[in-house]
Design a protein around this ligand. Structure first.
Ligand code: A3P
Length: 278
């Protein structure tokens, strides 16, 4: 979004991650909030109850909104031994140099393009801004296909991190929303191993994390049901928890729109050998 450009530019120019940092990277509406809660619980296991009283976005700073930009807050300078977690929507093509030179770890989540667009469309229409007309689905499909959406284009965003994870699997962990939804336990164990967490093999602890970060549990906390707005944008805590399912796009996208997006997915992903998203 143009209003965020200065903060994004500042983050690219100044962000110098510690080697122990973990960057949660994602395109909007692909499962960032869920992965924030999982990463927070894995890395800060003994403080995982903080998720009961805090929206996951309040626990993990958003690089281009909380750390840089107008609503930025000072981030405590912790020693290089502490694991800090940040999240960003900045594409790898722009942030890759900062990441590579630091040796920090990245966890990237992506989601089926049609569910991503559908979730984005619902989310944008909840923005509490005056003088903004509702966003029609036909227009949303056009804009998404042309990459004219917040943090777009989606396809290049995904491929940037996908390629980075192929080239450097020890540093870049790539997971899809669908994989995580179908077998959360296995992927949380893989994540814990990737993050060198001592309980990676402790099934009980992993299952406990999976349950406490499930859509049902997280969305039932008062803090995630309320209308409080985020510091960086006029969106409420509850707007990050809508359905949390797979395939919801079928209720909102026309057959024509589905064909159009599938054709683009084949062209962008399948031709690059990434058979995903249809
Ligand atoms: P839907 O709009 O399809 O329901 P992000 O966090 O990147 O903004 O993505 C938001 C999407 O993730 C929303 O999708 C939201 O409902 C879903 N989501 C939020 N928390 C979740 C959870 N714990 N498990 C599964 N999906 C979740």
């Amino acid at each position: 979004m143009p209003m965020m450009t200065p903060a994004i530019q500042q983050a690219i120019a100044e962000f110098n991650p510690h080697p122990n940092d973990v960057i949660l990277a994602s395109f909007p509406k692909t499962g960032t909030t869920w992965l924030k809660s999982l990463l927070f619980s894995i890395i800060n296991y003994s403080s995982r109850d903080s998720l009961v009283k805090n929206n996951p976005h309040a626990l993990i700073p958003f690089l281009e909104n909380d750390v840089y930009g107008e609503s930025s807050k000072p981030i405590s300078i912790m020693s290089n031994d502490t694991t800090r977690i940040f999240n960003t929507h900045i594409p790898y093509q722009l942030l890759g140099k900062n990441i590579e030179s630091s040796g920090c770890r990245v966890v990237y989540i992506t989601r089926n393009p049609k569910d991503t667009l559908n979730s984005l469309w619902h989310f944008v229409n909840k923005w509490e801004m005056t003088n903004v007309a509702p966003w029609g689905m036909e227009e949303a499909v056009e804009k998404f296909c042309h990459g004219i959406v917040p943090d777009g284009p989606y396809y290049e965003h995904v491929l940037g991190y996908r390629i980075a994870s192929f080239e450097n699997p020890d540093k870049v962990f790539f997971v899809t929303y669908e994989e995580l939804r179908k077998d959360t336990v296995t992927h949380v164990k893989r994540l814990a191993e990737f993050l060198s967490c001592p309980f990676a093999d402790d099934d009980k602890k992993v299952e406990e994390i999976v349950k406490s970060c499930s859509f049902e549990v997280l969305s039932s906390h008062e803090v995630n049901k309320c209308d409080d707005l985020q510091a960086w944008f006029p969106v409420s805590n509850k707007s990050f928890f809508r359905q949390g399912t797979m395939g919801d796009h079928k209720k909102y996208l026309s057959e024509e729109a589905i064909e159009k997006i599938d054709a683009l997915t084949k062209e962008k992903f399948h031709k690059c050998g990434f058979i995903y998203g249809i």
